[in-house]
Design a binder for this molecule. Sequence first.
Ligand code: BGC
Length: 415
Amino acid sequence: MKLTKTLLTLSLLSATSLAQAGEVEVLHWWTSGGEAKSVAVLKQLMEQEGHTWKDFAVAGGGGESAMTVLKTRAVSGNPPSAAQIKGHDIQEWAGLGFLTNLNDVAAEGHWDDIIPPMINQVMKYDGEYVAVPVNVHRVNWMWANPEVFKKAGAKVPTNLDEFFAAADKIKAAGFIPLAHGGQPWQDATVFEAVALDVLGPQDYVKAFVDLDMDALSGDKMVQVFTQFKKLHNYIDDNSPGRDWNVATSMVINGDAAMQIMGDWAKGEFTAAGKVPGQDYLCFPALGTQGEFTYNVDSFAFFELKDAENIKAQKALAKTIISPQFQEVFNLNKGSIPVRTDMDMAKFDQCAMDSMKEFKSSSTDGGLVPSMAHGMSTTSYAQGAIFDVVTNFFNDRDADPKQAAQKLAKAVKAAM
Ligand code: BGC
């Protein structure tokens, strides 16, 4: 009798744990110090709920390698539960029939009310939620080491002219003015900051969202390439191939003065125990004060077959939007929460500035999608822009006028 009862209890127990024990396999490219700390929060929360986390990390900033690996996996009929997919790519994956409908989780969590419509719209395909936003990154940031500025007697720049003046002093004092990794997406990240400054938000949108041929090849774009080229004088010779977080560590260590990079760079400063305003400075890149280049990280959810894994997948979607995850993840990641109803008490000055500018730029026209991070156009047009930008940046003799013409031609061919 006793034994039967024990067996019954055991089988009931295992039935309950089985009911919860789904697996989530999550593809992402968060492998730097700050990024890894951030994604570990999600793993921990899922495991606390009794699910198994299968990490599918593919290193490589900007996610190009991750996307290549994902395609192979999905095409062979074995997609992960969720993958870090952003912007236009979400529509593309959904259009091909790979993604699943998350409307029930979204309705239960009132996503329509707590996430800005501009972001929700990208997460939906044909009125169905197929992806979940994680955060809002601001890309047009500059990170600086105040000690280096002090030693060089240079002033923190608020525009391109001041940047060049400061960079000359920093170089003369024996430091690297601009920490940079020579990879196409990093070149594009710097290029779009210069473009936003020189073109202004309206023409930036014409060029990188509307793919307007005149905006892509016009005089102002020639000016963008001209200024962009000058930045190369302030980068060290070892930059080709360098990872973005290695460039950030050069600023942290005081070898370099500045880096132009999205606020995932802040995740590296945070992971190194550095305090903004004291150990490092954050300020809008070049002359882009009041403007905000956004990059929303998101996970697209794939159609699965196994019932338990589907349950775990839904739990993942719910967890990503939860205030608890939104707070801890974004504190580590350097971004701001995607929910508009969050208490920001624990966030630092850079995050507060980011939130303030995100809100104000969304009403005054200064909010623009990042081209370099897949927000403004298709991956085809983006790839075409990357090629032209990188080739130009790496060729000392390249001509800005020809580059602008090449840019328009390459984009046209990719449309
Ligand atoms: C992603 C960030 C990531 C960065 C560097 C960006 O495209 O949106 O989440 O930290 O690439 O890997």
